[in-house]
Design a protein. Structure first.
Lengths: 111, 114
């Protein structure tokens, strides 16, 4: 069964500190992995996808198939990064692109 | 284009009543998804449409739940004989079949069953 695990409910860091939001998945194949973000009073939106291999707002994420992880990292946290972050998985073998989400991690960046 | 639109944004109802939520996707998007989110959890997949065809339903979608997408445009999600356990945020999302795989979400409809 497809499953996404985000072990931390809350991650609190100081401004300028490095950030790592953990995501582990279970999937028997090669999934597509995503990070979605929800800022206060805004809708859920895509932050980045592993296929793109891009950095968005200073965030990067590397798919590690050996460890079945897709951790989100940023070297220097900003206050505007405070939000709820969801890791999500979709199966390229299944029609429909539906996403399986983790429970989410609240990132709080303190000044 | 204002993105995916959902209404009502909030609905309070008594147990046993029926409720209906509406979702208007981004106009050129042919896929439409419904998710449910409860406190402390990520969104859980309920069902999705490609154009007017409902292609997949989750086991979470009991017989009391029905979704439609007539003419492949807006969609409705109806919950009959609501129960307190139905209290949740119901999220709608849309995407293109041949897009990047990105789902565009609405702001959600929050249901409270008393």
């Amino acid at each position: 069964a497809q499953r996404v695990t985000q072990p931390e409910k809350l991650l609190s860091v100081f401004k300028g500190a490095p950030v790592e939001l953990k995501c582990n998945y279970s999937y028997s194949g090669s999934p597509e992995l995503f990070w979605y973000v929800q800022y206060s009073r805004q809708r859920l939106q895509l932050l980045l996808r592993h296929i793109s291999r891009e950095s968005i707002k200073g965030f990067t994420a590397d798919l590690n198939k050996g460890e079945t992880s897709f951790h989100l990292k940023k070297p220097f946290a900003q206050e505007e990064d405070s939000a709820m972050y969801y890791c999500a998985l979709s199966s390229p073998l299944e029609y429909g692109n539906k996403l399986v989400f983790g429970a989410g991690t609240i990132l709080r960046v303190k000044s | 284009d204002t993105g995916v639109s959902q209404n009502p944004r909030h609905k309070i109802t008594k147990r046993g009543q029926n409720v209906t939520f509406r979702c208007d996707p981004i106009s050129e998007h042919n896929r439409l998804y419904w998710y449910r989110q409860t406190l402390g959890q990520g969104p859980e997949f309920l069902t999705y449409f490609q154009n007017e065809a409902q292609l997949e339903k989750s086991r979470l979608l009991s017989d009391r739940f029905s979704a439609e997408r007539p003419k492949g445009s807006f969609s409705t999600l109806e919950i009959q004989r609501t129960e307190q356990g139905d209290s949740a945020m119901y999220l709608c999302a849309s995407s293109l079949v041949w897009g990047t795989g990105e789902l565009f979400f609405g702001e959600g409809s929050r249901l409270t069953v008393l």
